[in-house]
Design a protein around this ligand. Structure first.
Ligand code: PLP
Length: 478
């Protein structure tokens, strides 16, 4: 399997999986995608069905991922999958169980990992892949990132204890929920450095950019990132679409729709890849919150990024985005994989006008028919009502992000086609909205008991790149 850039030109060299594993953007500013999607037919699906039944999720992951990853002994890739997906790391040995919500709706549970959000699904694999490759290269990596919640925490839990990897994670001081702070700051590991910056999330991101932009420093301290455009994160997510599809079907040509609470388009992009591979997916229902950049595109053909002033702070905060960083991958496929056109849209139009318009193109006219995408958005009132209604009807408590999915999915269910909503976090992370919806606190899984009482490991830092560099240097140089 070879990889190319969404902004590539004919004749550009294609890369292997291990060349792009530790990278973010391609040098031309594009995102990496396979040069073609592997195709799976009924025979392969039948094989996967028995694999999942008899050997479980890690074995399925090994088989799916081996279609995308070469350059590694088969047994090594199997070991990586077994270490990433097992009953010690995830609270349910099924890893991704699927439960019934009634009326043809199903819930695929992606939040049984250490940080109770679906980001663990990808990040746990990434931690194992990083360790494997860094050991092979005899190299080290210092991950520098900024987080307002789920991503940074999933990264820390995935990278802790991984040989050759340190994490420096910036958070806006006092601005995460108490649970989110406790989750990160309770990690007691010298290779995981929590940094509370006197500022907001954007300040943290600016600091990361400034420090990583000092190329001499970046090289000297082997700085890297784990951002949402990383291809390995995306491909890890393809596996749970296959697993969920297998768990709600009994024959190998049965179609299923998926509804995905979306922000940066990473989760649903994996669904798109699964559909392109031939997994029998009917609709990919994209749900946004009030920050409806993506819903607007799928309804109107206009993609318009928002300013930070236009980006609302909502009660499903992990979906509060101003632009969707993985969306370029889908547009590349939509436009017949024409890197020149993608470059003109994302490199020029977007930079110049903050938007582009595909509404008059034949590709947009046939988008639903060819790619299955439909969309809608949700509001605070919708999600509170959906949490309450789902609790009343099926006794299942869902978090506000998942509620955006369930509320939108209802509008697109069809008789005879199971609608699988992807659960993206556990309610315990967002207690305030749960209390508003059902009048009581969510139950706390035993794994998180007493989290807030543990000693906190966090360094306070002013908004200053020099101070951040000094901290990194002192930790790395010892
Ligand atoms: C990250 C996140 C999302 C959005 O996922 P994308 O891949 O960015 O579309 C939704 N819900 C939760 C809880 C998240 O952490």
């Amino acid at each position: 399997m070879r990889y190319l850039s969404t902004r590539g030109l004919p004749g550009d060299p294609e890369l292997g999986f291990w060349d792009i594993l530790l990278e973010g953007l391609a040098p031309d500013g594009g995102l990496y995608l396979p040069s073609e999607y592997p195709r799976v037919g009924p025979a392969r699906l039948a094989e996967w069905r028995s694999l999942l039944d008899e050997q479980g999720y890690a074995a399925l992951a090994h088989s799916v991922l081996s279609l995308f990853i070469d350059g590694i002994p088969d047994e090594d890739l199997r070991g990586i999958c077994e270490r990433a997906y097992n009953g010690e790391v995830f609270s349910d040995p099924a890893i991704v169980p699927v439960t019934d919500l009634g009326d043809g709706m199903k819930l695929a549970h992606l939040s049984n990992g250490p940080t109770a959000a679906f980001k663990d699904m990808a990040m746990q694999l990434l931690g194992q892949l990083f360790e494997y490759e860094l050991t092979r290269r005899g190299a080290e990596l210092n991950i520098l990132g900024a987080t307002s919640g789920d991503t940074g925490s999933a990264a820390e839990y995935a990278m802790r204890g991984r040989h050759g990897v340190r994490v420096f994670m910036l958070t806006p001081a006092g601005r995460m929920t108490p649970f989110q702070q406790a989750q990160m700051f309770s990690i007691d590991d010298p290779a995981i450095v929590n940094i509370a910056v006197d500022g907001v999330f954007d300040d943290c991101q600016d600091l990361v950019k400034e420090v990583a932009g000092d190329l001499a420093f970046k090289e000297r301290y082997s700085l890297g990132a784990v951002n949402s455009i990383n291809w390995a994160r995306l491909v890890a997510q393809v596996v749970y679409y296959v697993a969920a599809w297998l768990r709600v079907t009994t024959s190998d040509d049965q179609v299923v729709s998926f509804c995905v609470p979306s922000g940066n388009f990473g989760n649903i992009c994996a669904g798109h890849v699964a559909r392109m591979m031939g997994l029998p997916i009917r609709d990919l229902v994209l749900a946004t919150n009030e920050n409806n950049v993506l819903d607007e595109f799928f309804r109107t053909g206009v993609y318009r990024v928002r300013s930070s002033a236009e980006t609302q702070a909502t009660s499903s905060p992990s979906m509060d985005i101003s632009k969707a960083s993985n969306f370029e991958r889908f547009v590349f496929d939509l436009l017949g994989r024409d890197g020149v056109r993608v470059r003109a849209l994302f490199g020029d139009e977007l930079a110049r006008h903050g938007s582009f318009d595909l509404s008059e193109t034949p590709e947009f006219a046939t988008l639903r028919e060819h790619y299955g995408f439909v969309s809608a958005s949700s509001s605070h009132a919708n999600r509170v009502a959906t949490i309450a209604a789902t609790w009343r009807r099926s006794g299942v408590l869902i978090d506000p992000h998942t509620a955006d999915g369930v509320g939108v999915a209802v509008r697109f269910t069809e008789p005879g086609v199971p609608m699988v909503v992807l659960e993206t976090a556990l309610p315990v992370k967002f207690a305030a909205t749960i209390v508003e919806a059902i009048g009581r606190e969510p139950d706390r899984p035993a794994a998180f008991d007493g989290l807030e009482d543990l000693p906190r490991h966090v360094v306070d830092l002013p908004r200053d790149a020099g101070a951040l560099k000094a901290l990194i240097a002192s930790v790395v140089d010892g």
